[in-house]
Design a protein around this ligand. Structure first.
Ligand SMILES: [Zn+2]
Length: 213
């Protein structure tokens, strides 16, 4: 899968994914604020040298605490998570983590490994016209990051925060919010895509030391 295919799949899946979280949050100022913080992280990091087109979207869902990235740079945060963040640094932590998923090609790798993709890529020419294909890519394939992917994205997120002058310790604060949200009876969907806030905190502290934050 090349970057153009990743971007095409991301752009084509974005409306469907947004719909599942109530569409875009209807507040232009909040949208541009989220995009401003995201673009700042991109501009000041290696992400700006990647072929991807980064877009940051605030989704209306007031209950599902989540953030996710599609291949090629489409990044989303739900209002439920956004509204719990205490400062811009924490927002930068969430978005930096998601940029890490894009740069690490985490969902692109899962798609490429999927039976679905292997079938279509043998038969069809898969270019910018990926519209008909994305319907066959399940949400688990798109969003189900493994533990290794999460830790790698946390590490990159910390690095991006420092590069843009944000306080990387606020990433720990994000983990506290996630931990509180992932109570026994709540948001299993979130737990499946972003496991183990406790273990992540320890690794995040190591990353902060490593990058001198
Ligand atoms: Zn993640």
């Amino acid at each position: 899968m090349d970057p153009e295919q990743e971007i095409a799949i991301g752009l084509q899946s974005a409306p469907r994914m947004a719909q599942e979280y109530g569409g875009l949050y209807q507040d232009a100022r909040a949208q541009s604020y989220v995009d401003m913080v995201g673009q700042k992280l991109v501009t000041n990091s290696v992400a700006s040298n990647s072929p991807y087109q980064y877009d940051f979207h605030l989704l209306a869902d007031p209950q599902t605490i989540n953030a996710f990235a599609l291949p090629g740079g489409q990044i989303f945060i739900t209002y439920a998570l956004y509204s719990q963040l205490q400062n811009e640094d924490q927002l930068a932590g969430v978005l930096g983590h998601e940029i890490g998923h894009v740069l690490g090609r985490h969902s692109a790798e899962r798609i490429a490994e999927s039976e679905f993709w292997q079938t279509v890529s043998q038969g069809a020419s898969v270019g910018a016209d990926a519209g008909g294909l994305v319907a066959g890519i399940g949400q688990n394939v798109l969003l189900g990051n493994g533990r290794g992917d999460e830790l790698e994205s946390d590490d990159l997120g910390v690095r991006f925060m420092i590069k843009s002058g944000y306080d990387p310790y606020q990433m720990i604060g994000v983990m506290e919010i996630l931990k509180a949200a992932a109570g026994p009876s709540r948001v299993p969907e979130f737990q499946s895509t972003h496991p183990d806030p406790d273990n992540r905190m320890e690794k995040i502290r190591e990353s902060i030391k490593k990058y001198g934050g």
